[in-house]
Design a protein around this ligand. Structure first.
Ligand code: IMP
Ligand code: MG
Length: 176
């Protein structure tokens, strides 16, 4: 995957992304000000970049967990998910926040939410960095959204094209 950088247009710069994440961190801190412990679940791999920057900007005490579910192959979502890496802890009676990179069709987050709700958390909220609203096939309640974006394929800041480009520091898109 050569010259990926050259094919990309900037959608949100590194600075813009960090500023928006700080705003989301404030919203979350405000909502959880009475919480003694929030379990933050980072959905690997894409959301790792967003989650780490987000929790570093938050003041709410957290437990950092990761989960990995079946991912994209190429540029189309399959619908069903398989849990490849599960949580290390129980979440029953706990405040839980899922952090995902993007909601597209909604299949991934819907399945994940149902899986986690079945484990009996006290509360369950969802944060996504990007929302491709016009692509939604199933409705999922999202509590925190970084940006609503048009139907473009994004790369960088965790987003990949077949595993390439995740470490590009800004959010770019490939022009059709
Ligand atoms: P959904 O199940 O259709 O909502 O898909 C969500 C998943 O699709 C995300 O976790 C991403 O891995 C992937 N995805 C969706 N759009 C993009 C994109 O523009 N670039 C990279 N990955 C994407
Ligand atoms: Mg993903």
């Amino acid at each position: 995957m050569e010259n990926l950088n050259e094919k990309l247009k900037v959608l949100y710069s590194e600075e813009e992304v960090q500023k928006r994440i700080a705003e989301i961190a404030n919203l979350i801190d405000n909502d959880y000000k009475d919480s003694k412990e929030l379990i933050v679940i980072c959905i690997l791999k894409g959301a790792a970049f967003f989650t780490i920057d987000l929790v570093k900007k938050m003041k709410t005490p957290i437990i950092f967990e990761v989960m990995q579910v079946s991912s994209y192959s190429g540029t189309e979502s399959t619908g069903a998910i398989t849990v490849k890496k599960d949580l290390d802890c129980k979440i029953d009676g706990k405040d839980v926040l899922i952090v995902e990179d993007i909601i597209d069709t909604g299949y991934t987050l819907r399945a994940l939410r149902q899986d986690l709700l079945a484990r009996g958390p006290k509360s369950l909220k969802i944060a996504v960095l990007l929302d491709k609203k016009e692509r939604r096939k199933v409705e999922v309640p999202i509590d925190y959204v970084g940006y609503e974006i048009p139907n473009k394929f994004v790369v960088g800041y965790g987003f990949d094209v077949d595993e390439h480009g995740r470490n590009i520091p800004y959010i770019g898109y490939i022009e059709e």
